[in-house]
Design a protein around this ligand. Structure first.
Ligand SMILES: C[S@@+](CC[C@H](N)C(=O)[O-])C[C@H]1O[C@@H](n2cnc3c(N)ncnc32)[C@H](O)[C@@H]1O
Length: 279
């Protein structure tokens, strides 16, 4: 019991930053998103967690985080369950081109959970532009980034591990997560792959599966259902007329953002839509 109390104190005192930089990451919109976090709710549920920028900001003691990307979910689970093993392995890694390509070439299916977590954190911190990208086979294919900084932030991994003790971490499609975990008065933050706005929009390449138009339609139906169940729902998506149509009856706020995903400064500026239901 005493250990548990210490951990609660730790999570309130320790600053925790997201442990991975993720395409579509929400750090730049954080102040806008935080404005809409309800004062009272039961569980926090994030079914497309990615880098989990809002989750790590929330410091909520009862959360469900989920994603269809298995490596990502194994990484969060391993950070929660055995952070020392991940840190010790990362301490043996080096930031060099040769080492990067040797780690990138490893076949994930042959690795332990600790190795998967260390590999993902390492590649994320040392690859070009910190962009997680996979090819059609689901293999990480971003090149080496020639970045000087450190790839191991031990203190933040420990803080993240403490905080993740309060999270149920699920590898699932968002529908399975919602169907299994949602109850009245939960707060659900839904940050899906966006509806594409530009011809070259690359937002669906998070996993080997894509998120198509019918998925956007189905997601909006789920969002309506959640509001009917008495949940508070916040979504994000692109500023496209069709998105307003899909979420007719919800509240909208348009946010100007700079996209981190693109290496080309000309395509970095974008707009995000915050969509609110049940509050
Ligand atoms: C926009 S990102 C989330 C960004 C995150 N909120 C952040 O701040 O970094 C979308 C995430 O949805 C996941 N995803 C895509 N399709 C999914 C699905 N059908 N069910 C669950 N997760 C999915 C991707 O793996 C990706 O991590």
């Amino acid at each position: 019991m005493f250990a548990h109390m210490t951990m609660i104190e730790d999570i309130e005192l320790m600053a925790v930053k997201p442990i991975l930089k993720w395409a579509g990451g929400k750090s730049q919109m954080m102040n806008d998103l935080l404005k809409y976090v309800p004062n009272n709710f039961n569980k926090y549920i994030e079914p497309f967690v990615g880098g989990g920028a809002l989750f790590f900001n929330m410091k909520h003691h009862n959360s469900v985080i989920a994603d269809s990307n298995e490596e990502l979910i194994i990484t969060y689970s391993q950070i929660r369950d055995d952070v020392s093993a991940v840190i010790n392995l990362l301490k043996t890694f080096e930031n060099s081109e040769q080492f990067f390509y040797s780690i990138r070439a490893l076949q994930v299916e042959n690795l332990s959970a600790t190795e998967i977590a260390a590999r993902l954190i390492y590649l994320n911190k040392t690859c070009f532009n910190g962009l997680y990208r996979v090819n059609k086979k689901g293999e990480f294919n971003t090149p080496y980034g020639w970045r000087k900084g450190i790839f191991l932030n031990e203190q933040n991994l420990i803080a993240a591990s403490n905080y993740l003790q309060y999270a149920n971490i699920i590898h699932a499609d968002y529908k399975a997560t919602l169907e299994q975990y949602v109850e009245t008065n939960d707060f659900i933050f839904i940050d899906p792959p966006y509806f594409p706005v530009g011809e070259y929009s690359d937002f669906k390449r998070y996993t080997k599966e894509s998120f198509h138009l019918n998925d956007q339609i189905e997601l909006a139906e789920y969002a309506r259902l959640l509001v009917h169940m008495g949940c508070k729902v916040m979504l994000t998506n692109s500023n496209h007329p069709y998105v307003y149509e899909l979420y007719d009856g919800f509240k909208f706020e348009l946010i100007e953002t700079k996209r981190l995903i693109s290496s080309n400064p000309e395509t970095r500026t974008g707009q995000d839509l915050i969509i609110l239901g049940g509050m």
